[in-house]
Ligand binder design. Structure first.
Ligand code: ADP
Ligand code: ASP
Ligand code: MG
Length: 398
């Protein structure tokens, strides 16, 4: 007997035909005693459509109301999926995030899961039902509906898998696994048989949206074995786990993130406490700072640059200027970050130079560089991002 959590993304449940396809496959593949929980996203582009609608009514919609609206997308798909199972004679029941016991903090639109109290889910499984849970949503202690941020259904699935001590959490999507780069945008990509949690976490955080980064974080924390696989082709996908084969590939993937702004503060005092003042102001506004670069001091002054998401750049500029301490501040909102990820680069030299060579061959200027043990990221002009990913991928994988 196995407990399996299976998550189906928006494109996989986009039509009634696709829903019936999922039902047929699950009933065909299940072992008699399997306990199955499905986590589903809103159908197709439903979440985007709801966001467009919200913007027409009020471009500054209160986040609580936006969560109330967006959560309805998943509620549509759970009811339909449960009914599709019932139509085939298989008892099934749908639960919203709240009914499934997904408790979150109150950060509307990017809430974090604090706990999963899955008693209703367990009871329904005990009764032999297939359980369908709405991804992407939860509830606060005070009963407010929250959402987890775009792509959050992956996180709902992993959290449920951890709470139910599931044998595996399977993320079904519109590609056949995790590839060396986005297979829809880059040619000659390869599907990875397996990848470590750390590598996947970096890839997801650096822009590979095939898995939500928080889902990988949770899977690592609770040691949930994750598999990414196709919702259409019943073939093995990519397994994400703690340790992979000893002789794996040196580099696992190339990713890009186009939601990057670079803010530069010129001529700040070259003295103790300057960085603390700057980043303390940003922290107070919950601004997520990524890469930080500081120039060598000259004549008692230095320059500091940092990156953040485009959506947070205006607030960052405002708090810095309003502090009265930093006036010479500029913002470049036409940037992107391209990155390579692979645990193998810890023990091999020359990887960075190959990445830079690919960019140089294509006349792409590097504005900033950041490295960790298992990744190298370059900030470049956004218009060059697709060309850069393909060039780096060709250089490293051809
Ligand atoms: P879902 O709706 O199932 O959650 P997403 O659109 O969130 O699906 O994620 C799947 C998409 O991720 C794929 O269609 C693909 O274009 C994109 N993607 C980006 N990078 C990668 C990668 N390295 N491997 C696989 N898919 C990737
Ligand atoms: N429906 C939500 C979104 O489109 C959550 C998800 O698909 O994971 O982002
Ligand atoms: Mg997704």
């Amino acid at each position: 007997m196995a407990t399996l959590v299976k998550k189906f993304g928006g494109s996989s449940v986009a039509t009634p035909e696709k829903m019936h396809g999922i039902v047929d496959r699950i009933l065909r593949e299940r072992q008699p005693d399997d306990r199955i929980v499905l986590v589903v996203s809103a159908m197709g582009d439903h979440t985007d459509d709801l966001l467009t609608l919200a913007a027409k009514v009020n471009p500054e919609m209160p986040k609580r109301e936006l969560d109330m609206l967006l959560a309805t997308g998943e509620q549509v798909s759970i009811a339909l999926m449960a009914s599709a199972f019932c139509a085939k004679g298989q008892p099934a029941v749908s639960f919203t995030g709240a009914q499934a016991g997904i408790k979150t903090n109150d950060k509307h639109s990017k809430a974090s899961i604090l706990d999963v109290q899955a008693c209703q889910v367990k009871q329904a499984l005990d009764e032999g039902k297939i359980v369908i849970v709405a991804g992407f949503q939860g509830i606060t202690d005070l009963g407010q509906i929250t959402t987890l941020g775009r792509g959050g259904s992956d996180t709902s699935a992993v959290a449920l898998a951890a709470a139910l001590h599931a044998d595996r959490c399977q993320i079904f999507t519109d590609v056949e696994g995790v590839y060396t780069a986005d297979p829809r945008k880059v040619r000659n990509t390869r599907k990875l048989e397996e990848i470590t949690f750390d590598e996947m976490l970096e890839l997801a955080s650096l822009g590979a949206q095939v898995l939500n980064n928080r889902s990988v974080e949770l899977a690592k924390k609770y040691n949930v074995e994750l598999e990414v696989l196709s919702s259409l082709n019943p073939i093995p996908g990519t397994v994400v786990k703690e340790v992979t084969k000893m002789e794996g590939m040196l580099i696992k993937g190339v990713a890009k993130d186009t939601d990057v702004a670079v803010i530069t503060i010129l001529n700040v005092p070259d003295e103790p406490g300057t960085s603390f003042k700057i980043f303390g102001l940003l922290a107070q506004k919950n601004i997520n700072v990524d890469i930080i670069l500081q120039s060598t001091g000259r004549d008692g002054k230095k320059d500091i640059s940092f990156t953040c998401s485009e959506g947070e750049a205006d607030t960052a500029l405002r708090v810095l200027k309003e502090s009265g301490k930093f006036q010479d501040v500029t913002c470049d909102e036409t940037c992107a970050k391209v990155s390579i990820v692979g645990a193998g680069m810890q023990s091999h030299s020359g990887v960075a130079s190959k990445m830079f060579e690919a960019l140089s061959n294509n006349n792409i200027n590097i504005k900033m560089i950041s490295t960790s043990e298992i990744k190298i990221s370059c900030i470049i002009d956004r218009n060059d991002a697709d060309k850069a990913v393909s060039a780096i991928h060709d250089m490293l994988f051809d």
